[in-house]
Design a protein around this ligand. Structure first.
Ligand code: ATP
Ligand SMILES: O=P(O)(O)O[C@@H]1O[C@H]([C@H](O)CO)[C@@H](O)[C@H](O)[C@@H]1O
Length: 160
């Protein structure tokens, strides 16, 4: 088994494993269906805000509820998590099945919560929770105009 698979974390072990990470801990979350340059740049920037980066990944059922399309996610949660775990910037990857990563944030109370600049940190549950206990909520501006949805549209148009 490659070393990066050690970064895969079950939800039941999250509290203990997050507590053992170098601080400050940064948490982010998302779907990460087809990993692209926007994602990896944003994850490297998120990691640079602290000493460790925990990525919470939507389970397949929770992606379905986000309404990104009937065929989404294309990659299973297990595969999306493994790809993220292989990134140098990432310290720990955990799945979540709720509608948001609020419970993950409340469980480990990171010093910093980060999300891409498409989110208003004061309006989302995770951002509000971190601000409420005195942590930082950081929106990272998009450095590259990329998205999984755009990639899929491109592939489908070229096929079509
Ligand atoms: N181009 C980008 N630059 C910076 N951050 C991004 C970019 N695209 C997505 N993110 C961030 O990455 C995380 C995961 O995003 P997500 O998987 O929804 O990306 P996406 O490619 O826009 O997906 P989709 O097209 O399926 O909605 C989110 O926190 C989001 O803010
Ligand atoms: O990859 P996405 O679509 O950016 O990830 C979503 O982010 C939501 C955000 O954290 C606001 O709460 C979250 O609720 C949703 O479950 C996805 O992780």
């Amino acid at each position: 088994m490659p070393d990066f698979e050690n970064k895969l974390c079950g939800r039941e072990e999250l509290r203990a494993r997050a507590a053992a990470l170098p601080k400050p801990v940064v948490v982010t979350n998302g779907v990460f269906d087809i990993l692209h340059r926007g994602h990896v740049t944003y994850l490297a920037q998120a990691r640079a805000l602290g000493a460790s980066l925990v990525v919470a990944v939507n389970t397949d059922a929770s992606v379905k509820r986000l309404g990104k399309g009937d065929d989404r996610p294309l990659n299973s949660c297990e595969d999306r998590m493994a790809v993220l775990a292989a990134l140098e910037a990432v310290s720990l990857v955990v799945p979540f099945s709720e509608d948001s990563a609020l419970e993950v944030v409340q469980e480990i109370e990171p010093e910093i919560y980060a999300k891409g600049g498409d989110y208003d940190m004061a309006a989302i549950p995770e951002g509000k929770a971190v601000l409420a206990y005195g942590g930082q909520a950081v929106a990272i501006d998009f450095a590259h105009d990329r998205s999984t949805t755009k990639l899929l549209t491109k592939v489908r148009t070229q096929q079509g």
